[in-house]
Design a protein around this ligand. Sequence first.
Ligand code: NFE
Ligand code: MG
Length: 570
Amino acid sequence: MARVVIDPVTRIEGHLRIEAQVDGGYVADAWSSGTMFRGIELILKGRDPREAWIWAQRICGVCTTVHALASVRSVENALNVEVPDNARIVRNLIAASQNVQDHVIHFYHLHALDWVDVTSALKADPGKTSQIAESISPWPKSSRNYFKGVQDKVNALVTRQQLSLFTSGYWGHPAYQLPPEVNLLAVAHYLEALDFQRQFIRIHAVLGGKNPHLQTYLVGGMTTTVDPNEPEAVINPERIGLLRDLVTQAQAFVEQVYLPDVLAIAGFYREWFQLGAGLGNFLGYGDYPAGSIDDMSRFYFPRGIVMKCDLSKVYPLDPMQVTESVAHAWYEYSGGDNAPKHPWRGETNPKYSGPKPPYEFLDVEAKYSWLKAPRYDGTPMEVGPLARVAIAYASGHPQVKPAVDATLKKLNAPPAALFSTLGRVAARAIESQLMAAQMTTWVDQLENNMSRGNLAIHNGDMWNPDSWPKNARGAGFHEAPRGSLGHWVEIENKQIKNYQAVVPTTWNAGPRDEKGQRGAYEVSLLKTPVADPERPLEILRTVHSFDPCMGCAVHVMDIRGHSIKKLSMV
Ligand code: NFE
Ligand code: MG
């Protein structure tokens, strides 16, 4: 029996500690802890709600823009403001490109090395890699010489001991199962994906002025001027052409590189379609409006709940059922830590109580994380690409259902296989494919509006605070790359009285609640095989399959101590 401590978990954003009890080669119990406090909800208090998005956006630099969007939506909801159609479209394009870029980075740069052994790629026959590449995709960079060049490049890095990009991996671990040729294919695409994501996110530079942390939001719309006759306008025919080019490149990369790689790699790890299922309960606020934000029936991703992995039914979602528990989090609530609070009554009162001497492990019987524990109707839920895909699939979504069925067919797997570690990986790739395709529709809509003379991008009706009610409150929702994001704002006398963000990674990586119910990571790790407790690669596979972002999750110190084994990965 061993207590495995992974702290810090790397190849994520932020500071995550996982403790797992490993008995007889399997995880018997697990605890997830965010080890850093930030306090952005407190920083927002007393500010002008029109500038909330600028501060809220600093919750994260990875999903950079998502908090800006949730924030302006919460204030628009409070002040009852509609945004013009062009602002809706620009926001959809910004969010969808964030989603695609984030998923590509996650698969290649944050997660692939859990499945891909870089050192094995050096033993590959580049000619065979070329044959494999050409058998699964029309992607042009697939010749023997190309893969030989990649192999030589990696070999030179190894010889010169410049492997920093790939250092401290568990190379040679028995759980790696790809043949050398597939490892080489993945390493080549790891490097190509670096270039792709850098090029593609120019979309944010166009529509947001910069990336990360876009600058073009406004409560009531956007500042991205639309004018077909104005070369200085942000959106004009030339820019529409650039957007179209970038979207076309994204479609090609996702369909010809990302998705085929996911399928190829998954084929060698089929047992991971049975591992890491987790809670089986999924929540999605839904997003990507086709009209008014209040017309949820026309969202691209529908709002809803799937329970117990049952894809035959989607339950309605009522945001009033969202609460956060601090029974095991380093906060205190007026009214007692065992009484969860809805975000409109939410409080952020940090109270660090640390682990107990000798500081070896988290004090899991008491408080052990800076993340609160979000719950829906008292039940822990998973959020993220798998939740969105499962809810849309169960709703019979006209694009999502065929895309999921096609992928499952290629994998020769039933829909139940989605509920797994690899199911999360596959859902993220499917979602990227769908989003890249949908972006062309939004570029078309923007062009149509522009050519018909519909140039409105901002609604200034509420810009004078004297027109606001004395008291108002609102909620803004967004489906961020890692899942369902909610911002709740209370406005009094033109200032923010209270601001609460309940964030995707808080849902997934949160600790136990007052009833002792585990969070999504904690459940998904149960029964994970661990071949070597000194190198717990399998635990990282499942944790990384959620794409953790702790900066987001804590938004709101390191535990110093000693453990049986401290482990870190690149
Ligand atoms: Ni910091 Fe984030 C996303 C949000 S995750 S990455 O996606 O919101 O909690
Ligand atoms: Mg919060």
